[in-house]
Ligand binder design. Structure first.
Ligand code: ZN
Ligand code: ZN
Length: 221
């Protein structure tokens, strides 16, 4: 409601081309999603298996990413994460919907739990909103079966400390069912530690199969 009202007062501009009307116009959306690259989500090497290479020994069996964190995608993710542009969840979930294949009916979407301080800053839980929107688009359900076991901040951390922080960051906070295909959703993948430990937590709690989908992939320079 507030979003709708605001959009009359200050209409959205496409963060790709500046056209008025939406945060991401049809053409710019197409430019982001038309080329799907088959690379390992964790290391960026080309791979034949979906998003997972042998070297990285990822605990998830398939992974998808909308694109690298640059250009239009970087701007859209930035608006969503750092500038309280809540309505971007619709465009971002739409991008995930575009790149994901047909998912099995027993797929359940699991958002990476957001650090409470970040929810307070933004005024919304950004991964939960994404997960819910994607679930609506695909006729699936969301299960918040992951929780944070600590609330460390990851921003500005080095690769090594990110990995250490993520190691004990998750616990399972709900029933893990057999014959369910868990699809873990996150915004940006940097070292891959978050996704890896979240997946491990689910598998240790008995999940048969865990897949992963993220909006953007970023390498630390
Ligand atoms: Zn555009
Ligand atoms: Zn790899």
């Amino acid at each position: 409601m507030i979003d709708t009202l605001l959009s009359y007062v200050a209409p959205h501009h496409c963060c790709g081309c500046g056209k008025t009307g939406s945060l991401l116009c049809h053409d710019c959306k197409y430019n982001i999603t038309y080329e799907t690259k088959n690379v390992c989500l964790a290391c960026g090497r080309p791979t034949f298996s979906q998003g997972v290479c042998n070297t990285c020994k990822a605990p998830y069996s398939q992974a998808w990413c909308v694109g690298d964190r640059k250009d239009v995608l970087q701007r859209l993710v930035g608006l969503y994460k750092f500038e309280r542009t809540k309505s971007a969840y619709r465009d971002l979930a739409g991008l995930l919907d575009d790149i994901l294949p047909q998912l099995p009916e027993n797929t359940v979407i699991v958002p990476i739990p957001t650090i409470p301080a970040h929810i307070r800053e933004r005024g919304y839980d950004h991964t939960l909103l994404l997960a819910k929107r994607l679930a609506t688009l695909r006729g699936l359900s969301v299960a918040r079966v992951l929780a944070r076991s600590n609330n460390t901040m990851q921003r500005h951390a080095t690769a090594a400390s990110r990995s250490r922080q993520a190691k004990f960051a998750f616990k399972v906070a709900g029933e893990i069912k057999q014959n369910v295909n868990y699809l873990v959703i996150d915004d940006v993948m940097t070292t891959g530690a978050t996704i890896r430990y979240a997946t491990k937590a689910l598998k240790e709690a008995g999940a048969d199969r865990v897949w992963v989908a993220v909006l953007a992939r970023q390498t630390l320079d």
